[in-house]
Design a protein around this ligand. Structure first.
Ligand SMILES: [Zn+2]
Ligand SMILES: [Zn+2]
Length: 175
């Protein structure tokens, strides 16, 4: 009788111990898993390896509560999303910048290297007499072939002339 009671007690105690061990094991696994989750999540949101390490240690140091606190303070966006958005913004800016180049007469799309508008043949820039490169209005000499630009100023007079080849300006204008 005594032996049996003793056996029951041993079984009960060992059962309780097994349950307690299992609880500790589950808790430990959950603790490590949550710290690992913090590490994985921080890596996707934080660029600095030091801050990722700090966040992970924080998740490890304060079991279960650490990861929850981390969730309150983590950066709201994934790095991938931030980069993607930056790329999109840059692409939009680039598109706007290109769109801003348009023919002053017909509003057709032009490029910085155009000498005349291909749509309405408006002369947009003077072409270099030496190499034919498009010249900015204020340039005194061609930066590509060093040919001096013959006359300063109103290349706009050539606008009416449309596609005519570049001649010295005094001759090109009909006085
Ligand atoms: Zn045009
Ligand atoms: Zn030139």
């Amino acid at each position: 009788m005594i032996v049996r009671a003793h056996t029951d007690l041993v079984l009960a105690v060992s059962g309780w111990e097994a349950g307690r061990d299992l609880g500790i094991l589950v808790g430990a696994v959950f603790w490590l898993a949550s710290a690992f989750w913090v590490f994985k999540d921080a890596r996707r949101r934080i660029e600095s390896p030091w801050l990722i390490a700090v966040a992970t240690l924080f998740g490890l140091a304060i079991p279960l509560l650490g990861p929850i606190i981390y969730m309150f303070f983590r950066p709201p966006e994934y790095l991938d999303d931030v980069r993607e958005r930056d790329l999109e913004i840059r692409a939009i800016e680039e598109r706007l910048r290109q769109r801003s180049l348009e023919c002053p007469v017909c509003r057709g799309a032009i490029e910085a290297s155009y000498v005349v508008c291909p749509i309405c043949t408006t002369r947009l820039k003077q072409a270099c007499a030496g190499c034919g490169a498009p010249l900015e209005a204020i340039w005194q000499a061609c930066p590509y072939c060093a040919t001096p630009v013959p006359s300063l100023g109103s290349y706009g007079e050539g606008v009416a002339g449309g596609l005519e080849p570049l001649r010295p300006r005094r001759q090109a204008t009909s006085d």
